[in-house]
Ligand binder design. Structure first.
Ligand code: PAF
Length: 283
């Protein structure tokens, strides 16, 4: 039978709770989230459970990673359902600070990531994003001091940025990527999929199909430019407005001239109506 996770909302209460959890030197895995949990998040929690004795999930919709024109206000908030899911997974603690607890009056420090954060992918279209993510994740790591932190591969550039930051700042946490969970038709699970209209939802899996076709062409030896142009054309014809559709080095995210420069990752971001979707696969 599952028990309700401990819910903590202030930093001093978190410290006290962590002292209890760390008794008998238990290892801790953190799963940072913004709530609106779906099966993809559950798979992160399950990986966390395999890695550590105690699992903490943070739920915090982080204002600093949204531009004023973006969806911070309307981002789905589904606290009751999230709590039920995390209780069913037997999570030990939910760290759920409010904005004041995370960014108290006078807060004036930011982490400005470089390297993978300036690869010219998400950062080209959301210039504020990785500064906000690195700052909040840096704070979460400092607050929780986890042994492991689990992030979804769906936000592939974010995973690279956070892993780099944890290493560069000697934060003592091992950042682990977890495979993207997909709907039956290939659409990557995302909290933002709820924004899609029924018609858009039918079109959305084109992203995954286009990536798979371009990956197959790259593996078959087609030139990078040709293979990627084919996928980009497919996505645009389906009605998306494409931000990027690129083959990059999977570790550095640098552009590649050939699959021999690999490991290679195909990354895409595209807008369908009001919804912006991102996805990626390995080649
Ligand atoms: O991927 C997310 O949900 C967020 O960017 C994260 C890592 C929880 C930071 O707010």
């Amino acid at each position: 039978m599952s028990r309700s996770p401990m819910i903590v909302r202030t930093v001093p209460a978190l410290r006290r709770a962590l002292d209890g959890l760390r008794a008998r030197k238990a290892t801790i895995a953190l799963v940072p989230t913004m709530g609106a949990l779906h099966d993809g998040h559950v798979s992160l929690v399950r990986l966390a459970k395999r890695r550590a004795r105690k699992v903490i999930v943070s739920i915090f919709v982080n204002p600093t990673q949204f531009a004023p024109t973006e969806d911070f206000g309307s981002y789905p908030r589904t606290w009751k359902a999230d709590l039920a899911r995390l209780a069913a997974e037997d999570v030990d603690l939910i760290w759920n600070p409010d904005v004041k607890a995370m960014y108290p009056e006078g807060f004036a420090t930011r982490i400005v990531p470089e390297g993978p954060a300036t690869a010219g992918l998400e950062d080209r279209f959301r210039p504020h994003f990785f500064g906000g993510v690195a700052t909040v994740v840096g704070k979460l790591f400092a607050q929780v001091r986890p042994d492991f932190a689990i992030f979804g591969e769906k936000d592939f550039q974010q995973l690279r940025v956070v892993a780099r930051m944890a290493g560069d700042l000697d934060l003592g946490v091992k950042v682990i990527g977890s495979r993207t969970v997909r709907e039956r038709d290939g659409l990557a699970m995302s909290s933002r999929n709820v924004y899609l209209t029924p018609e858009e939802r039918q079109i959305a899996p084109v992203l995954y199909r286009a990536m798979k076709e371009s990956a197959a062409r790259l593996r078959a030896g087609d030139a990078v430019e040709d293979a990627m142009a084919g996928g980009a054309g497919q996505i645009a014809s389906a009605g998306f407005v494409l931000d990027y559709f690129e083959a990059r080095h999977a570790e550095t995210l640098a552009p590649i001239a050939s699959v021999k420069d690999g490991p290679v990752r195909i990354l895409v971001a595209a807008r369908l109506g009001k919804t912006r979707l991102i996805d990626n696969i390995g080649v």
